[in-house]
Design a protein around this ligand. Structure first.
Ligand SMILES: Cc1cc2nc3c(=O)[nH]c(=O)nc-3n(C[C@H](O)[C@H](O)[C@H](O)COP(=O)(O)OP(=O)(O)OC[C@H]3O[C@@H](n4cnc5c(N)ncnc54)[C@H](O)[C@@H]3O)c2cc1C
Length: 393
């Protein structure tokens, strides 16, 4: 065990979720260490990250509060003002528009690599935050007062709380013995940047196809970032076919809503699964982001849910500070866990249901979903409620 005064918080994993948590904690006066296995790749405008997020307004506000969002906007972010969702088989179209909601935009499309780069740089400016990278977690042991963290390089840290933000294959989750409930969708998310004949019109588009949803997200350089959920074998085939064949199939799959798809960048695919930790708290070890919950990307909510875990934790430690009590007290963590787990679990199962209903080609679901989309579009209060939930308002 280290003989130095314990840290308040050790965060394992410097993705968007972990770095935001570490930065927010340091700004709130906690002594923090942030441990990351791989040095973040410096962001370059000419080499966009294929992992692109539809970033919700509440999370933009969180990063604005930390002084990072203006830097993201200045580098590259695309506001989207309209969202169109329709079904290949059932008809009906649901339209969300910022104008109708009296909002400047519905959200922004941003690259994961840009967010991490700017957050990591901001973390480097904090006197209360030490970044340990490249460094890996090797072991965790805890007692009633704190947690001992052993790193692969031999260093040992002692902290009052450890936050596992080390992604879907979380080592923190494994070492601390958290159980998970896992469901493989048998689908992959194929991602790429594509050029289109007509401009994207600041619109996020999503078409439900029998194999899974296909999203065209407007990107700041005029192209679209696509996320195409496909059965595994189909994804393999579409990764392997030549460019002309891919453009042809993608244009058809997207119903040529923006005319022909004219160019495509490198393509990559991620396996899609629902993975939910049964608990988020084990003593003084907590999980957030993909370490706690992985959801289907169809609603673009993965990182948004993870940052809401962080925002709620921040409320917890600020409240403890105001009352002069232990921010890692069991009852506080239990309250945080209850609220975050119920929201994340409900979201994961809702996306599951949508994926299942819209991937079915049985007659009843096809008829119902066409009616449902058309009906929802005629209910402005309902669409406003849906948007407010997705936007975290
Ligand atoms: C195809 C696809 C499309 C998506 N689209 C969207 C979208 O539009 N909107 C959205 O909100 N979400 C989207 N997501 C989900 C989103 O990518 C994730 O929810 C988000 O990136 C998770 O962030 P995180 O910080 O929790 O984890 P990660 O980004 O996985 O970061 C974990 C970090 O921990 C580090 N690490 C791992 N193990 C260790 C260790 N032992 N020691 C030290 N460090 C370690 C890793 O190097 C990494 O830096 C999408 C996902 C997919 C697959």
């Amino acid at each position: 065990m280290s003989r130095r005064r314990p840290l308040d918080l050790v965060v394992i994993g410097a993705g968007v979720v972990g770095t935001t948590a570490a930065l927010a904690a340091a700004r709130d006066g906690l002594e923090v260490a942030l441990v990351e296995a791989h040095p973040p790749k410096p962001w370059s405008a000419s080499d966009p990250d294929l992992r692109v997020f539809a970033f919700a307004p509440d999370n933009a506000a969180l990063l604005a509060d930390l002084g990072v969002w203006p830097q993201v906007l200045a580098a590259r972010a695309q506001a989207y003002r309209t969202m169109r969702v329709w079904d290949a088989a059932g008809g009906g179209e649901l339209v969300f528009s910022a104008d109708a909601f009296g909002a400047p935009q519905l959200g922004h499309i941003v690259e994961n690599g840009l967010l991490v780069d700017r957050l990591w740089a901001a973390a480097g400016q904090e006197a209360r935050l030490q970044r340990l990278c490249p460094e890996r977690l090797a072991g965790i042991t805890q007692d009633a007062e704190g947690v001992d963290v052993e790193l692969a390089g031999g260093q040992r840290l002692r902290a009052r709380l450890v936050l596992g933000a080390d992604g879907a294959a979380s080592r923190v989750r494994e070492l601390a013995g958290f159980a998970v409930d896992r469901h493989d969708y048998g689908q992959r998310g194929l991602v790429a940047f594509v050029g289109t004949e007509r401009p994207h019109g600041d619109t996020a588009w999503q078409r439900f196809l029998p194999g899974g949803p296909l999203a065209f997200l407007p990107f700041a350089d005029g192209r679209c970032s696509i996320v195409w959920s496909l059965p595994d074998a189909e994804a393999e085939r579409l990764l392997a076919i030549d460019e002309a064949g891919f453009l042809r199939e993608l244009t058809r799959a997207f119903d040529a809503r923006l005319g022909e798809v004219t160019s495509v960048s490198a393509r990559a695919a991620f396996p899609l699964r629902r993975q939910l930790a049964k608990d988020y708290v084990a003593g003084r070890v907590v999980l957030a982001g993909d370490a706690a919950h992985v959801v289907h990307p169809l609603a673009g909510q993965g990182v948004n849910l993870g940052l809401r875990d962080v925002a709620a934790l921040r409320t917890t430690w600020r409240d403890a500070r105001d009352r002069g009590s232990d921010f890692a007290a069991a009852h506080r963590l239990a309250r945080w866990e209850r609220s975050r787990r119920s929201e994340n679990t409900a979201a994961a199962h809702a996306f599951d249901g949508i994926n299942r209903i819209f991937s079915s080609d049985a007659m009843l679901p096809v008829l119902l979903r066409g009616h449902a989309l058309g009906l929802a579009d005629r209910l402005p209060l309902f669409t406003r409620m849906l948007w407010r939930r997705a936007a975290g308002l």
